[in-house]
Ligand binder design. Structure first.
Ligand code: ZN
Length: 376
């Protein structure tokens, strides 16, 4: 559901504040800088709340953003992130008027959105990076599948508490739709990290699933431990790299703090969840363990020359399976079970090694049916 002009402006201000002015993310120790962050953070929240109420059409947006900028300009200007904030607010006055926050975010494999409310820009940056990461040695990747984003704000976030961000993907159409839901209200740097993780999950686990068939792919349910366990482990690994390698104005928590927040979100997905049976949770955890074991076996047996190469092989295998023209969640779920049974076999180590060999063969021939048969 597109955001109306008031909510669009409020969201843009909440996100900008969370990226650049959250005092809890301030890594400078002196009190004056910390105070400047607190001051700016509170001021932008007040502007967001009033924008939500008073901005009725797109014509009001630029003036509202300039008011917010005027109120914080000069505060803590010697600090890099507060400088970036002021630049961003200046950009919002121009870019926020166009569009409603929904639509595509990438063109020719690069982010095609500048600023906006922020959600579409980070979606474009993450999508472009995923396309680049898995372009497999430069093979043409293009813009397939076409992906569009839709952002909704809700005042009721109980179903995704303790987090303020959740997502879902509809792959039932040739054009994939990634739906993002944010809890309406002030956001923090940790919420932005959660948004980045959510984008990685929706894109890597769902939007690209089965896309090489060029047909709609049935949506995987939460009970699919391939999509939610095996694939989410890959999504987590790629999201973790974002903290070190992502565009720095979209890394609101640096280093171990950012990675720690990603880990907390990832771990939560493998904990108790009201809609998951205990058996589903166990399978989800098993899929994650099997993903890790595949890389370990490849490294330990010398099938990969190093741990780094083992990780790369495991990631490429995972991506190739998930995007395979015949990939469909029921089949992938069964495959995850077979991978687990073989890779986690504590009784017969040779079964685990044979399974890892079968995964390597798949990398060469891409034959999903053969892989399933070998693991059966
Ligand atoms: Zn999912």
């Amino acid at each position: 559901m597109p955001l109306d002009p008031g909510l669009k402006t409020a969201t843009a201000l909440w996100i900008a504040a969370a990226r650049f002015a959250d005092p809890d993310a301030c890594d400078v120790e002196d009190d004056a800088t910390f105070q400047a962050h607190e001051d700016v953070f509170a001021k932008l929240h007040a502007h967001a709340v009033s924008a939500k109420r008073t901005v009725k059409d797109n014509g009001d947006i630029a003036g509202r953003c300039k008011d917010a900028l005027g109120d914080v300009v000069g505060i803590g200007f010697q600090h890099n992130s507060l400088q970036l904030l002021q630049r961003t607010l200046g950009g919002l006055a121009v870019s926020l008027v166009q569009g409603n926050g929904d639509g595509p975010a990438c063109r020719n494999g690069v982010c095609s959105v500048a600023c906006g409310s922020g959600v579409l820009e980070i979606a474009g940056l993450v999508e472009a990076r995923i396309r680049e990461t898995f372009s497999m040695g430069g093979a043409a990747f293009g813009d397939e599948p076409a992906i569009v984003y839709a952002t909704t704000l809700t005042p009721l976030g109980q179903q995704f508490a303790p987090f303020k961000v959740t997502g879902s993907t509809d792959s039932n159409k040739v054009i994939r739709i990634v739906n993002l839901v944010l809890l309406e209200g002030q956001l923090s740097a940790t919420d932005v990290v959660d948004l980045i993780y959510t984008l990685h999950h929706e894109l890597i686990c769902h939007a690209f699933q089965g896309y090489r068939s060029r047909r709609p792919t049935p949506n995987a349910p939460a009970q699919c431990h391939w999509s939610e366990g095996w694939m989410d482990t890959l999504a987590f690994d790629i999201a973790e790299l974002w903290i070190d390698e992502g565009r720095s104005d979209w890394v609101p928590l640096k280093g171990e703090r950012g990675k720690g927040q990603l880990r907390a979100f990832h771990e939560h997905r493998f904990g108790d969840q009201p809609f998951l049976l205990r058996s589903d949770r166990t399978r989800r955890r098993g899929a994650r363990e099997a993903f890790r074991d595949l890389a370990a076996i490849l490294a330990q047996t010398g099938m990969a020359a190093s741990f780094e190469e083992a990780d790369t092989l495991c990631r490429t295998f995972t991506w190739m399976v998930n995007t395979h023209p015949e990939a469909e969640w029921r089949r992938l779920k069964l495959l995850a079970t077979r991978l687990q049974q073989n890779l986690l076999s504590k009784i017969r180590h040779e079964d685990a090694v044979a399974a890892a060999q079968a995964c390597l063969s798949f990398l060469v021939d891409g034959d999903l049916a053969k892989l399933e048969k070998t693991l059966a």
